[in-house]
Ligand binder design. Structure first.
Ligand SMILES: NC(=O)C1=CN([C@@H]2O[C@H](COP(=O)(O)OP(=O)(O)OC[C@H]3O[C@@H](n4cnc5c(N)ncnc54)[C@H](OP(=O)(O)O)[C@@H]3O)[C@@H](O)[C@H]2O)C=CC1
Ligand SMILES: O=CCCC(=O)O
Length: 341
């Protein structure tokens, strides 16, 4: 019956015009390929209804790709109007996380931070109230290990299974179904949802116990946050010494420190434009959580600590909802105030 729902949804999707990101045919073929390839030769097939909680910059395109691939998706978002584009693609709606979780076999959550992830999973009307044995909950938000373990405890107390699966990759990879999943927790749930992860992403890592996915994500993002600060310093210094910062972007793109992030964001940073893909407030949250992680094992990460201060300054300049590349504005402000002294 679930498989029939899948086929119906796929047929309906074929009637709709193609949109951004992967084509419907490619997405549907990814579900089919992932379903038939299986894990360890045992064969994995996802059957059932999929819930999605949190339709922000990342959640909306991820849920949208599942719908385009023919999945039977039910959505919820705190600000209800953000559900509308998904509903017009064919998603169903439930008025609370608990009702999504109780009407679905597996529920994904993509929320802003540790507080919102815990609230949506464990709070009043939260997903855990709708969970039961046989169901799964997959949290793809970026949180710290302690929050993830707290959520795991609450979810598994209902008899349901839990997987943490934060993602590397931003708005565009989410639209294109090219995310990287950093998963940990219940391995059988990991295998069960693999076809869905393969619709939304290009690769997936299974890292063992809950907390390892969160830690991997924070380490990756602390490197990224420091790289962005260093790149910003280079752009500003090149300009100050009379070089064209656009040429710096070009030179970097051809050498050993080339990174897609520099080529993608550099040209707009030179124009002081910061269209939001990864909100600066989330980058600062990740640095804060990475610093706490480092503290927990007495590891010194002074570069990250310095970068974090700049992101905090950028937030105080009203740039929290801009792209994290707007951290360069904090450096400009510092340069101005040191010139005045
Ligand atoms: N953007 C990016 O490039 C990437 C982001 N991430 C991580 O993914 C997560 C989501 O990021 P992104 O989509 O960019 O963020 P957004 O800020 O665009 O979306 C955040 C989502 O969380 C919801 N939310 C916030 N607070 C609450 C609350 N108290 N109760 C219920 N819902 C709440 C928002 O609801 P509402 O619409 O009502 O505000 C929204 O759905 C974050 O953890 C981020 O660090 C990971 C990889 C890349
Ligand atoms: O958490 C956000 C990561 C953004 C990226 O990987 O480009």
């Amino acid at each position: 019956m679930a498989a029939a729902a899948f086929l119906c949804a796929r047929a309906a999707a074929a009637l709709r015009p193609p949109s951004r990101g992967l084509s419907r045919r490619l997405l549907a073929s990814r579900v089919a390929a992932a379903s038939s390839s299986g894990e360890g030769g045992g064969g994995v097939e996802f059957q059932g209804k999929v819930g999605f909680l949190g339709l922000g910059i990342m959640g909306a395109p991820m849920a949208s790709n599942l719908i385009k691939a023919g999945c039977d998706v039910t959505v919820w978002n705190r600000t209800k109007s953000k559900c509308d584009p998904l509903l017009s693609l064919g998603a169903k709606y439930e008025p609370s996380p608990a009702e999504v979780a109780s009407s679905c076999d597996v529920t994904f959550a993509m929320l802003a931070d540790p507080q919102s992830a815990a609230e949506v999973a464990c709070g009043a009307g939260g997903a855990s109230e709708g969970l039961a044995p046989g169901k799964g909950y997959v949290d793809v938000s970026t949180v710290d290990g302690a929050t993830s373990k707290l959520i795991e405890e609450r979810i598994t107390s209902t008899g349901a299974s839990f997987l943490e699966a934060p993602v590397s990759g931003s708005k565009k990879p989410a639209e294109d179904g090219l995310l990287i999943f950093l998963t940990a927790g219940d391995e059988s749930l990991y295998k069960r949802v693999a076809p869905l992860l393969d619709v939304m992403g290009k690769s997936r890592f299974y890292l063992g116990d809950v907390g390892n996915g969160a830690a991997m994500k924070l380490v990756v993002n602390m490197v990224m946050g420091s790289m962005m600060v260093s790149f910003s310093e280079g752009l500003l210094l090149s300009e100050k010494v009379g070089l064209d910062p656009n040429t710096l972007v070009e030179v970097i793109s051809q050498g050993a420190i080339s990174a897609p992030m520099f080529s993608l964001k550099g040209p707009s940073m030179v124009k002081a434009a910061y269209p939001t893909a990864f909100p600066l407030k989330h980058q600062q949250k990740d640095l804060r959580l990475a610093l706490a992680l480092a503290e927990s094992v007495s590891q010194s990460i002074p570069t990250v600590a310095a970068a974090n201060e700049l992101y905090k300054t950028a937030k105080s300049l009203g740039l929290a909802d801009h792209d994290f590349s707007a951290v360069i504005e904090a450096l400009k402000t510092k340069a101005e105030s040191s010139q005045q002294q």
